[in-house]
Design a protein around this ligand. Structure first.
Ligand code: UGA
Length: 433
């Protein structure tokens, strides 16, 4: 059992802290946001993540998990301090490290004995050294410490599962002793450990995310070519995926990747490369393909309707992917303003992201949590997120509800024959109409 303080109760901090408590450690999750901490103490989880609330509540009840805004005290009491604060993207594409630096200063000021300081936020290569420098100068040699980079690989929507069943843990440390402490902590999660130095661990995180983003942009480019040559990208992906060297995952063509990670990390890696004089052309192309891909559904609509003015468009799904209400870099943020600009009358359906979406679209569209009502009398239906209820919708009923039988599917949710049988004019990505 270790005493762990986790800085930041966002996705990374809250999920990691909860999982460390779940595996028997004493964990205190800290945040400067008092409302967030009060809510957490009262059992209110600030993010939508399936299963999280239950595990948080159980660990709070069993007194392994607490929440506080008293960061100095939490630091003094801890053996291991995890940094899981946000690293938003600055205008330049660079990660903004203000929160990480603030935490490092507070740790330095409150260092009262040997501690292992672990970075879990996605940070540019070199941040571990930076944290080391800040803690060192603020603590004036009062106590020894080590810095570890232990990047996070969880996905939103399956965060708990991904953490409890991680495929590997990456541990980059300034000493063997610190590395071994963090490796021990991960034993309940995985046997597969990559032990390395700080910089390599930091690079593994970016290299992994940008590789996955590259797979997506690659298959989206292939999809665009498939449309022109009459091929079916889903079959192309299936045929490719059986080759173990390629793998079947992340080859789903669609309207591009969104969320808080791939868009931010791909731009950050281009920036990191630029700073050391390297022109990362491949990553730049990945970003460009993704930016263009988001508007594919709009161009498909425009090829059907000479004018979108006054057309009732039912948009299904607003979040960047299913099982989250996260709207960060969601393709809908590009697509909906474009439809509104063309004076389409947009009614949107999302099971849980409507409230978050309203902050972006305001009153320019209407919102619904009733799937079939959203489609009723629409001139066309557009799928932006592959929510379970959307993938499982009854196409015959969809056809009956629509004014015109037009379904534009940005996520390739349906079989071509099935859509045809239902009498729909079905436009998807990278497949014949
Ligand atoms: C991603 C990574 O998958 C995690 O391993 C990583 O820890 C995380 O970023 C992070 O850096 O924190 P996440 O952003 O939650 O996780 O979401 P993904 O499930 O990876 O999906 C990202 C985007 O790619 C979504 O918009 C999704 O719709 C899109 N996608 C995914 C595709 O368009 N096609 C695919 O085949 C797969």
């Amino acid at each position: 059992m270790k005493k762990i303080a986790v800085m930041g109760t966002g996705y990374v901090g809250l999920v990691s802290g909860t999982c460390f408590a779940e595996t028997g450690n004493q964990v205190v999750c800290c945040d400067i946001d008092e409302t967030k901490i009060t809510n957490l103490i009262n059992g209110k989880i600030p993010i939508y993540e399936p299963g999280l609330e239950e595990v948080v509540k159980r660990n709070v009840k069993e007194e392994r998990l607490t929440f506080t805004t008293d960061i100095p005290q939490a630091i003094r009491d801890a053996e291991i301090i995890y940094i899981g604060v946000g690293t938003p993207m600055a205008e330049s594409g660079e990660a903004d490290l203000t929160f990480v630096k603030n935490v490092a200063q507070t740790i330095g000021e409150n260092l009262n004995g040997y501690k292992v300081i672990v970075n879990k936020s996605t940070v540019p290569v070199g941040t571990g050294r930076l944290v080391h420098g800040i803690v060192s100068s603020r603590s004036n040699g009062r106590a020894p410490f080590d810095v570890v980079s232990n990047p996070e690989f969880l996905r939103e929507g399956s965060a708990l599962y991904d953490t409890m069943n991680m495929e590997r843990a990456v541990v980059g440390a300034t000493s063997d002793h610190a590395a071994d402490m963090i490796i021990e902590l991960h034993k309940p999660f995985t046997e597969t450990i990559v032990k390395t130095n700080l910089e390599t661990a930091e690079m593994i995180k970016y290299a992994s995310n940008v590789f996955l983003a590259t797979k997506i942009s690659y298959i989206n480019d292939i999809a665009n070519i498939c449309e022109r040559v009459g091929a079916d990208v889903t079959k192309v992906a299936e045929g490719m995926g059986y080759d173990k060297r390629i793998g079947a995952q992340f080859l789903q063509a669609g309207i591009g990747y969104g969320g808080s990670c791939f868009p931010k990390d791909s731009k950050a890696l281009v920036h990191i490369a630029e700073q050391v004089g390297y022109d990362f052309k491949l990553a730049k192309a990945v970003i460009e393909t993704n930016d263009k891909q988001k508007l594919k559904v709009v161009s498909k609509l425009k090829s059907i309707f000479p004018s979108l003015k006054g057309k009732r468009i039912a948009v299904l799904g607003l979040a960047f992917k299913p099982n989250t209400d996260d709207m960060r870099d969601a393709p809908s943020l590009e697509i909906i303003p474009e439809l509104v600009k063309h004076e389409a009358d947009v009614e949107a359906f999302d099971p849980i992201a409507n409230r978050a979406a309203k902050q972006f679209f305001g009153e320019s569209i209407t919102y619904s949590t009733d799937l079939y009502k959203t489609i009723e009398n629409a001139d066309a239906c557009v799928i932006l997120t592959d929510w379970k209820e959307i993938v499982e919708m009854d196409l015959d009923k969809v056809r009956r509800q629509l004014k015109m039988p037009i379904l534009i599917d940005g996520r390739n949710c349906f079989d071509l024959k099935e859509a045809e049988k239902a009498g729909l004019i079905y436009h998807s990505i990278g497949r014949p109409v």
